[in-house]
Design a protein around this ligand. Structure first.
Ligand code: MOS
Length: 740
């Protein structure tokens, strides 16, 4: 039987390179005569630099230059208004712009030397005098100053409906609580780095750690006043990013500035400590109230949030809307305000706003069920909604019911005794918890090119990225099927600014967008190829139309009689060509955007074991059932959900960036003290993909999987902890001190 590539569990085409360390990251590209930069960061959180003495640093043999705001080339910041592709409203931070200090860790100097160790040593000799001003980095101290910001595109809270206050007041069963989740840093394995290769004559090739090479290219062009032909960005691999690579970060500016000024290749790599000196998942003070009738019918939802932003940009994310979309409820009101802190602007971190908004709302549901004496699964099925009540639009598809049922069955949920502290083994209390998740299923305008050559090889290319999600692989699968070629004959290219236009890879839209673009480009090639095959004298394909033939194993054959075929080579020879090229652009459907709401859904079931004496929580079992449209590659898809679940375990139990507000700085800026789940913290995770047909979100039926895996898991873990211990913990991470 002929097996298609799409839908089959294929290994990642870049897998061997990634695990053998031969997939080059930004800091691994090199150039002759490469100089190395080391960043000096501000020691205060607010104020100004009164003096900066670089004499000693410059005297170190091998130091080439020390850049500060005082000698920063004037070419930099030609355009001070430029906002990158994903910038929130405001003025993006400008490294070395002037003497002002906006946050602790702000880059204030770049030492460039012949090698890294010299640069690092010389950086320790840069003497800085400051005039400090009173800073504020504690969100709880500025909640009174919170204001309604200019929201990022479609990030405002949904419109209120009904009268949440009144309904809450008159409902018999209600819960109310304040919630908070620790600030988190992305901590990808690959640190942020930029290697800028000086090509002479004002031209540079840039290797940047970024989720979208054209975002980097536009940033450099705008900020330094260069033309597109002067700046080539090549970033074929990304060692994880989780959103930290959506926006160009400061090492890029510094490396480009130094290279242009010194007319020499320069690399700037941030240390792990310095990875804590820019973007992070924001802090937020949340209040959630929910009320139901005695029969469990949900009556009212209120969800309010005060999040933090910086003094220079208004960062917001969709957080309070989820509670109003997950269930049928006639009365909903959500508010989202921000308060400014003397920190860097927070940024998108894997499913920005979703696990953060769903942790309080799915905890409140669990609490409500406990008060009602109702099974949380039964509650969720009873209050199930078929339309997005925030907009009144139907969902393009929503197989959450199947996910809930299949997940519960696999987990054995029906055997749950709903009483907290009802299961125990030795010293360990056992708890079972569940939650649902949602994430927007989006598609973005993306172009791709396909080139078929007479040797039977196919190359597909787009300026997209593969942030570890498997984009290369699904591009190759889709292309191989479109032209009926073995996957080994297909090469996928991305991460190069000279390739057809693509947005940053984020928001889980990569597969739907790049995948559709690749399919369109390959179909255009197929049409041309078919034309040549039909043009052959006495063509075996006769008068067949393109829909009456199949492209398989290098042949174009009649579906009705596969023994009548033309090979790709013969078709191209007949057409007098040795290559066929096509470029196509995929765009989201305007009708879908106008008439429908499109989301991926998940149901997470979790078992935890809590040591009664030590307070240690271990996740021992997870079932995640996912409804996310068509699954292009069950293997890479499962990996996406595993990664998301592990992120959820991190949020629930481990991850916490701790600030010292006296210093206005994050103190645990390394992976020894910033805890992330390790293998011993991760149990077997059972992933189920339910059948879901959706041709409205994207033509290839895909909804995206990069983020849905994290959405439900933190709340499910917290709910399991409640079931085990009887303690409702409203602040993440759930650490030992909160259990005991
Ligand atoms: Mo994602 S937080 O859009 O990389």
């Amino acid at each position: 039987m002929y097996e298609t590539h799409v839908g089959s569990p294929r290994n990642r085409v870049d897998g061997r390179k990634k695990v053998t360390g031969t997939a080059p990251y930004a800091a691994e590209f090199t150039a002759p005569d490469l100089a190395q930069g080391y960043v000096v960061n501000s020691a205060i959180a607010k104020g100004r630099i009164t003096a900066i003495d670089t004499k000693d640093a410059l005297a170190v043999p091998g130091v080439i230059q020390v850049f500060t705001h005082q000698n920063r080339p004037r070419t930099a910041w030609r355009s001070t208004a430029y906002q990158d592709e994903v910038a929130p409203p405001g003025k993006p931070f400008r490294p070395l712009y002037d003497e002002r200090i906006h946050y602790s860790g702000q880059p204030i100097a770049l030492v460039v030397a012949e090698d890294f160790e010299i640069a690092r040593y010389a950086a320790s000799l840069v003497r800085v005098s400051y005039e400090a001003e009173q800073h504020q980095t504690d969100l709880t101290k500025v909640r009174e100053q919170a204001y309604t910001p200019k929201y990022r595109t479609s990030m405002g809270p949904p419109s209120p409906r009904g009268d949440a206050e009144a309904a809450f007041g008159r409902s018999p069963v209600k819960v109310e609580g304040s919630y908070r989740i620790a600030v988190e840093h992305h901590n990808p394995m690959e640190p942020h780095a930029s290697t800028v290769v000086w090509e002479g004559d004002g031209k540079i090739t840039v290797h940047d750690k970024i989720q979208g090479c054209q975002n980097t290219q536009r940033y450099i062009r705008q900020v330094f006043g260069l033309s597109a032909s002067d700046v080539h960005v090549i970033s074929p691999y990304v060692g994880g990013a989780f959103g930290s690579g959506l926006r160009p970060q400061y090492q890029l500016f510094l490396a480009v500035m130094a290279a242009l000024e010194l007319k020499r290749s320069v690399r700037v790599v941030l240390t792990r400590d310095q990875m804590f000196t820019f973007t992070y998942r924001p802090d937020g003070l949340q209040e959630v109230a929910m009320a139901a009738n005695e029969d469990g019918a949900l009556q009212a939802i209120r969800h309010d949030l005060i999040g933090n932003t910086s003094t220079f940009e208004d960062y917001t994310e969709q957080t309070v809307g989820w509670s109003g979309m997950t269930y049928h409820c006639e009365n909903y009101k959500g508010t989202y305000k921000v308060a400014q802190l003397d920190t860097y602007t927070p940024g998108d971190m894997r499913a920005p706003g979703a696990p953060t908004g769903l942790f309080p709302s799915e905890s409140a549901v669990d609490e409500l069920c406990h008060k009602l004496g109702m099974d949380p699964l039964k509650f969720r099925l009873k209050n199930y909604n078929q339309v997005d009540e925030a907009t009144g639009k139907p969902f393009t598809s929503k197989e959450l019911r199947a996910a809930l049922q299949l997940g519960a069955e696999r987990f054995g949920w029906s055997k749950r005794n709903h009483k907290p502290r009802s299961m125990k083994e030795g010293n360990e209390l056992i708890g079972w918890g569940m939650a649902v998740g949602m994430w927007e299923a989006a598609m973005q305008k993306t172009a791709a090119r396909a080139v078929l050559t007479i040797d039977g090889k196919l190359e597909v290319a787009s300026a997209s990225a593969d942030i570890g999600t498997g984009t290369y692989t699904i591009m190759a699968q889709i292309a191989a099927d479109a032209l009926g070629l073995p996957i080994e004959k297909v090469t996928a290219l991305l991460g190069d600014s000279s390739l057809p236009s693509a947005p940053v890879e984020g928001g889980s839209w990569g597969a739907a967008s790049t995948g559709t673009a690749v399919e369109l480009a390959c179909h255009a090639v197929r049409e041309k190829l078919f034309g040549y095959a039909r043009g052959i004298n006495d063509s075996p394909l006769g008068a067949a139309g393109v829909n009456e033939v199949q492209f398989r194993e290098g042949r174009i054959a009649l579906i009705s009689d596969p023994s009548r075929f033309v090979t790709i080579q013969d078709a191209m020879v007949a057409g007098g060509v040795d290559r066929i090229e096509a470029e196509e652009t995929a765009s989201p459907s305007k009708i879908t955007m106008l008439k429908y709401s499109s989301y991926a859904h998940s149901a997470a079931f979790v078992e935890v074991r809590v040591d009664e004496e030590l307070g240690v929580v271990r996740v021992t079992r997870v079932v995640q059932a996912i409804a996310a449209g068509r699954i292009l590659n069950p293997k890479t898809a499962r990996s996406q959900i595993l990664g998301g679940t592990v992120f959820g375990i991190g949020m629930a139990l481990h991850e916490e960036s701790m600030a010292d507000h006296n210093l206005g700085r994050f103190m645990n800026h390394n992976i020894a003290e910033y805890h992330i789940p390790v293998n011993a913290d991760v149990p077997n995770i059972d992933v189920i993909f339910v059948d879901e047909h959706d041709d409205l979100t994207s033509p290839i039926g895909v909804k995206g999987l990069g983020e849905i895996g994290i959405c439900a898991s933190p709340a499910a873990i917290a709910n399991a902890v409640f079931h085990a211990t009887g303690k409702r913990i409203r602040e993440l991470p759930i650490t030992i001190d909160k259990i005991l």
